[in-house]
Ligand binder design. Sequence first.
Ligand SMILES: [Zn+2]
Length: 400
Amino acid sequence: MIESVDLVEERGEEMVIAAVRPIRSRRSRCSRCNRRCRGYDAGDGRRRWRTLDLGVTKAFLEADAPRVACPEHGVVVAAVPWARPGARSTRAFEDTCAWLAAHAAFTVVAALLRVSWRTVAGVVTRVVAERAGRTDQLAGLRRIGIDEIAHRRGHRYLTVVVDHETGRLVWAGKGRDQATVRRFFDALGAERAALLTHVSADGAEWIHTVVAERAPEAVLGLDPFHVVAWATKALDEVRRGVWNELRRTGKTDQAASLKGSRWALVKNPEDLTGEQRTTLAGIATTNKALYRGYLLKEQLRAVFAATGENGKQLLAGWLAWARRSRLPAYVKLARTIDKYRPLIFNTLDHHLSNARVEATNTHLRVLTRRAYGFHSPESLIAMAMLTRGGLCPQLPGRTA
Ligand SMILES: [Zn+2]
């Protein structure tokens, strides 16, 4: 209920202040449980909540913020229908802010709403916590991927769990060790863990161990995109080696021409530009070793495109070829892949090829670089759940 609306000027800034109060039935409720309680005192008096701008003018709601005595939660500030507990902005403002954070660069959000990144992080955390509390994020899981994501320039890690069927991020936790994976399984519970049919991961033993312990019935496979990423890394090593060798032997022209070749080599052939195709053709004629490395990477990709028995045969051929490739990086990779052969066979047999998990993974990696303002793992997790966990609110006032 609106009592008055005023245009005021404070510290050189014009603002619209709407004095409001909750209708009678919404008054005197606990901000934790929403139960109707006995009034306690007037709290800190009048309080303001930032709401959506009126044209170009900042707008605020202003109301009393009395305290109530809840039998369960003690003396707390009374709930107000227009804002979340503890928030300095209205629900409409926070939902807009969270929606924007999921859809635009943080600099855009901060400039448009005239808030700091810190505020955006706080809003996202609150919005996600509220929405996560309303639904069960872990219901109905059958096929999941478990992975680690580096943040803070690789100094910190999150463990993330993605649903293969939807690509939705269903869980994220601080750290990358057995204890972190156990926390996920604790949240899932033994009954639902028993319903998991497939789990995919990279070569991380700490994931494998806990999966074997908590979901022994589930088939464990390696994520194809991780395995292909290993080959891309090996190819980078070959390329650096070739480049160093060319420079050492005074073939600086050839070395220089290799400098810009990385993308031609690591991109999927179907995504190459005309110029990159020319680069690749040049490497094929002048640099046999590097080209061999390229073909080995592409062949490993083909293994996972084939799946099943075909895939296994291709993998056997690939291992033989890699072992005698005379490229140390690939000889080493062959050993790694041989070690994980049973898990790769699981992937091929159970079609654990996973475009959705990979897309989510790629998104999260981009997010960790984009989300500089989100320093704490908690706010980064909230941001990840907002964008990939299906917890982004709608813009206020729109119907579905
Ligand atoms: Zn309460």
